[in-house]
Design a protein around this ligand. Structure first.
Ligand code: 5GP
Ligand code: ZN
Length: 125
């Protein structure tokens, strides 16, 4: 039986992250709630590299509206809590979302990278 409270409002059956949200593909989940999940990146670029993604299929930050304010609040509160639990909060970390081809986006389902455990350069490459 599916649980209607955890069903995404919109879903793309071809989308990699929608399939992870649906449990069709495996991932290491470090947080899950009604709106979003957080998973470990399959190819981490830093000692801590977590992806925070809405359950709903939103393509990128370019598709967000003011109505998504509560979702974004949850994203950042979750990132802050995970940074503490991962032990990266004290030294600092980075929260990044890539948009489109030149932004470096490779998966077209909105996600925020929470990266830490080493220092980063600025600007990014
Ligand atoms: P983007 O390049 O779109 O900003 O970030 C996509 C991220 O998703 C990359 O860091 C990549 O390593 C990660 N990724 C790609 N496929 C998978 C997967 O199947 N599982 C997980 N956990 N991460 C993935
Ligand atoms: Zn999706």
């Amino acid at each position: 039986m599916s649980d209607p409270t955890s069903a995404p409002r919109k879903r793309d059956p071809e989308c990699l992250f929608c399939r992870i949200v649906a449990g069709e593909l495996p991932a290491t989940t470090v947080h899950s709630d009604d709106e979003l999940i957080a998973i470990r990146d399959i190819a981490p670029r830093s000692p801590t590299h977590i992806l925070i993604l809405p359950r709903e299929h939103i393509v990128s930050a370019a598709d967000l509206t003011e109505e998504d304010g509560p979702l974004l609040g949850n994203v950042f509160a979750t990132a802050v809590a995970l940074a503490r639990s991962e032990g990266i909060a004290d030294r600092g970390y980075r929260i990044v979302t890539n948009v489109g081809q030149w932004g470096g986006q490779t998966v077209d389902h909105l996600h925020f990278h929470l990266m830490g455990g080493r220092s980063f350069t600025w600007p990014p490459g």
